[in-house]
Design a protein around this ligand. Structure first.
Ligand code: 5GP
Length: 120
């Protein structure tokens, strides 16, 4: 896993359309696009357009509560849009032990197959 960092990430390039991504949902605050290395038939990343210090969930402050809720609500909307009526998995990896690799907070929406619990 990459070391935590405040530097710009690949997700800034996606937000700025400098590299392509398959966007499935967008509003003024969030962007949802397909993961480049999908771990299931549906694997979408939901990110804030402005990182505002949220490199990861562990950096959350009181001012971030609205965007955090917005990210989760967007996951619900996109799950419905993707037809995941039998269920889905939401994941937020944080830090090296959490296998975070991109330091711009993102919600993974994973579905379209049976998930396992507990995770590895
Ligand atoms: P993390 O490990 O930080 O929780 O998840 C980062 C995710 O971003 C990984 O699932 C990885 O496949 C995805 N990813 C990394 N680079 C790109 C990219 O350039 N485009 C897209 N669509 N996904 C990416």
């Amino acid at each position: 896993a990459a070391a935590p960092s405040d530097s710009p990430t690949i997700f800034d390039k996606i937000i700025n359309k400098e590299i392509p991504a398959t966007v499935v949902y967008e509003d003024d605050k969030v962007l949802a696009f397909r993961d480049i290395a999908p771990q299931a038939p549906t694997h979408i990343l939901i990110i804030p357009k402005k990182r505002d210090g949220l490199t990861g969930l562990s950096k959350a402050e009181e001012r971030h509560t609205e965007i955090l809720g917005h990210l989760l609500y967007t996951a619900k909307l996109v799950a419905k849009q993707e037809g995941l009526e039998d269920g889905f998995r939401i994941v937020i990896n944080d830090g090296p032990q959490g296998c975070q690799s991109v330091y711009h907070i993102h919600v993974h929406l994973i579905g379209g197959r049976q998930m396992n619990w507990p995770p590895g």
